[in-house]
Design a protein around this ligand. Structure first.
Ligand code: HPA
Length: 235
C-alpha cells in the first residue's frame, strides 16, 4: 500500500497539500490548525497529517531538506496520490537589508545552483515560477489581514554552509530576497504535472546581519504564514 516513502492509504491524503521540510513543524501545523487530524505517514518519521481546515480536508506533509528529498515526496504525492494543489511553507535565509527575521516572503520564481532542473530540462535554464492565481490570492489574503509580505525571486541552493562571499554579493546584486533549499525543484516538478504551486517562507537566518531563530522558533513561530497558506489553498 502507498509508495516507497509514504504509507498513507490513497483516500487519506487530500488533493490540497501543505508541504513543509520539518516533520516537527508539520505536526505543529496539524495540531494547531487542523480539526480531527489523523497521522497519515510515519515512514522515516517524515510525518504527514490530514484534517479539516474550515471544514475542508487538507493534508500537511513533510518533505525533508534539499531538492532531492523534496522531489521524492512531491513526485509521489502527484503521481500516486493525485494531489491537485500544493503550497510549501518553509524557512529561508535572506541577504537583504530591508528584510528581517520572521518576515514572510513568497517565491514568485526561484533561481538555483542545483543541477536538478537542468538535468530534467536538457541543460537549458528553466524559469521556475509559482502559480499566478495562488500568488494573487495569497497577496490579497495577507493584505486583508494587514500582514506585510515580500514577493520576489528566491535562490534555491544545495549548500547550506558556505564560505563563498562572492555568491552573497551576487544574490544581493540581483535582488534575490530569500535563500532556501527546495523551491526551484518543487516548481519544476509542478510545471511538468500542471500542479498549481507556491512557496511561502519565513526568514529564519539573516546572513548579512548574522542572526538566526532558535530551533524552537523555527519549529513553530510562523502562524501568520501558515494561515496565509491554508486560506490560500482552500480558496
Ligand atoms: N540557506 C538556505 N536555506 C535555508 C536557510 C539558509 O540560510 N535558512 C533556512 N533555509
Amino acid at each position: 500500500m502507498g509508495t516507497p516513502h509514504i504509507n498513507a492509504k490513497k483516500h487519506n491524503i487530500s488533493n490540497l497539500v501543505i508541504l513543509s521540510g520539518d516533520p516537527i513543524r508539520v505536526k505543529y501545523i496539524a495540531e494547531t490548525f487542523l480539526k480531527n487530524a489523523i497521522q497519515i505517514n510515519n515512514i522515516r518519521n517524515m510525518f504527514g497529517y490530514t484534517g479539516k481546515y474550515k471544514n475542508i480536508l487538507v493534508s500537511v506533509m513533510s518533505h525533508g531538506m534539499g531538492i532531492p528529498s523534496a522531489a521524492i515526496y512531491v513526485t509521489e504525492l502527484i503521481k500516486f496520490y493525485d494531489i491537485k494543489k500544493m503550497i510549501r511553507v518553509g524557512t529561508c535565509g535572506t541577504i537583504q537589508k530591508n528584510i528581517f527575521l520572521k518576515d514572510i516572503i513568497i517565491a514568485l520564481g526561484a533561481s538555483t545552483d542545483s543541477n536538478f532542473n537542468r538535468i530534467r530540462f536538457k541543460n537549458y535554464d528553466f524559469a521556475a515560477i509559482a502559480d499566478f492565481h495562488l500568488i494573487y490570492k495569497a497577496f490579497n489574503i495577507a493584505g486583508n489581514r494587514k500582514i506585510n509580505i515580500h514577493i520576489g525571486n528566491f535562490f534555491t541552493t544545495d549548500i547550506f554552509y558556505t564560505d563563498d562571499k562572492e555568491i552573497v554579493n551576487i544574490l544581493k546584486k540581483y535582488n534575490i530576497l530569500a535563500i532556501d533549499m527546495e523551491t526551484a525543484g518543487i516548481y519544476n516538478i509542478a510545471a511538468e504535472y500542471r500542479i498549481p504551486v507556491m512557496s511561502i517562507c519565513s526568514v529564519s537566518d539573516h546572513i548579512l546581519l548574522k542572526n538566526q531563530l532558535s530551533t524552537k522558533e523555527r519549529e513553530c513561530s510562523f502562524n501568520d504564514m501558515i494561515e496565509i497558506a491554508l486560506e490560500t489553498i482552500i480558496s
